[in-house]
Design a protein around this ligand. Structure first.
Ligand code: S3P
Length: 444
């Protein structure tokens, strides 16, 4: 049964002054995959227990890795860099998770049996060529469905280091190359456009791998030598800024509200949304800042405002806000003036075509918005914008961020919303609805 959520009422007042959001998804998936190839027992506190992370866990279990949960702690017994158990006819299902599918392939570069990787209906539409191309250069064999899933991977024990230029600004692609490089003999040289740097920080601060990173013009140059061992590690996972962003925008677009979101990852390669919203006039403060294993962490304090102004955003902030654009588009509806965003072709390569969906949802809301050249979007905002319409959201490939942004739109801008595939938030943020209700939202 395709169940739906209805929102008929804006959120009235907040019953709480502060919240926590679930653990960071990028860090949780990296913890699962990298601990599997570490030497012995690793543990994570506050690992995100969302469907994407559970998909990653199911995959490593099929490779012989033991995973144990106890209260808020996840323990993974790593099998070492070359200890994963490859078997005949193995099928690994990455579910909805692009990060799992792409980074998993980099763990399998030395498999001596062909392994099949599959995913759900949304993941089957996503580009795998971005990792097939560089991993082939290492000496890995692939068969795929025209660069998409399902794919078959057959590795080699004699992986050659590579030189590669990554031009998409994709952290998944960069990370896949970096992880494969660990198993190659010699130095891999990677030139890439900036993107989230969690893998670099884990390599440097946890495994103490002497990777070299240099910034030259728009590119980062990364050099990594093949390793013999990765030591076991523990990790305390902070809240996910991408999940926190739904509550930042909920507060920003509501009337006379203030909220603190505690213990969130504030790595600058992820905080594009905070920079962009501040440029639009938002009042956001960061407090209790500290650095943990190279990651910046702290609390976010946000206040509502009715003085938002339109923005003409340079593409340079795109990668640090890549998962937050649907929310930013929503804020643009309440800005005085016309906002433009550019070079967003990667948005249409996510769990659904998010650039197209962004325009579709805004148009359904009665907001003028259209695609412009260079895969951009133009949004005609109105600081008094208020909704008084019935809106139905369905057939969106169960994209978790479409469901969550639609709920935030209903709770802040008004209207009567009916949103299908009501469980999809569990992909990335299982306590989303519970946290909204704890603040006072009425969600049926
Ligand atoms: C992620 C990187 C981003 C992001 C995704 C998670 C990661 O994708 O959209 O949700 O954990 O590395 P790209 O690197 O493909 O832009």
């Amino acid at each position: 049964m395709n169940r739906f959520i209805t929102i008929n009422k804006k959120i009235n007042f907040f019953k709480k002054k502060e919240i926590f959001v679930d653990g960071d998804k990028s860090l949780s998936i990296r913890f699962v995959l990298l601990s599997s190839i570490s030497e012995g027992k690793c543990s994570a506190i506050n690992l995100l227990k969302s469907e994407d992370v559970l998909s990653a866990i199911k995959c490593v279990k099929k490779l012989g890795v033991k995973v144990k949960f106890e209260d808020n702690k996840c323990e993974i017994s790593g099998k070492g860099l070359s200890g994963l158990e490859y078997k005949k006819n193995l099928i690994l299902n990455a579910g909805n998770s692009g990060t799992t599918a792409r980074l998993l392939c980099s763990l399998l570069v030395d498999t001596n049996f062909e392994i099949k990787i599959i995913g759900d209906q949304s993941l089957e539409k996503r580009d795998m060529n971005r990792i097939i191309k560089p991993l082939k250069k290492f000496g890995v064999n692939f068969k795929s469905n025209y660069g998409k899933l399902p794919l078959f991977i057959l590795g080699t024990k004699s992986l050659k280091p590579i030189s590669y230029t990554e031009k998409l600004g994709s952290a998944q692609c960069k990370s896949a190359i970096m992880i494969a490089a660990l198993k190659a003999r010699g130095e891999t040289k990677l030139k890439c456009l900036p993107s989230r740097n969690h893998t670099e920080l884990m390599f440097k601060n946890i495994f103490k791998i002497p990777i070299k990173i240099q910034k030259k013009k728009n590119f980062e140059h990364i050099k990594i030598k093949g390793q013999k061992k990765l030591k076991a590690f523990n990790y305390n996972i902070p809240g996910d800024i991408s999940s926190a962003s739904f509550f930042i925008v909920l507060t920003l677009l509501s009337k006379n509200k203030k909220l603190k979101i505690k213990n969130t990852n504030l790595n600058s390669s992820r905080t594009g949304i905070i920079k962009i919203l501040k440029m639009m006039g938002a009042q956001i403060k960061l407090s209790k800042l500290k650095t943990y294993k190279g990651e910046k962490i702290g609390d976010i304090i946000i206040k509502s405002t009715n003085k938002l102004k339109a923005i003409n955003l340079s593409y340079k902030l795109n990668s640090s806000a890549i998962d937050e654009f649907l929310l930013i588009f929503l804020v643009a509806c309440r800005c005085k003036g016309i906002s433009t965003f550019n070079n967003l072709s990667e948005l249409n390569k996510k769990e659904s075509k998010r650039l197209d969906w962004g325009i579709k949802i805004l148009n359904l809301m009665g907001v003028k918005a259209k695609k412009i050249k260079n895969s951009g979007i133009k949004i005609w905002g109105n600081e008094n914008f208020n909704l008084n319409k019935k809106i139905v959201i369905k057939n969106y490939l169960k994209d978790h961020r479409i469901l969550m942004v639609s709920i935030i739109a209903g709770l802040t801008l008004g209207g009567k919303w009916k949103i299908f595939d009501s469980e999809s938030y569990k992909t990335s943020f299982p306590s989303f609805i519970k946290t909204l209700r704890s603040l006072g939202a009425i969600i049926k």
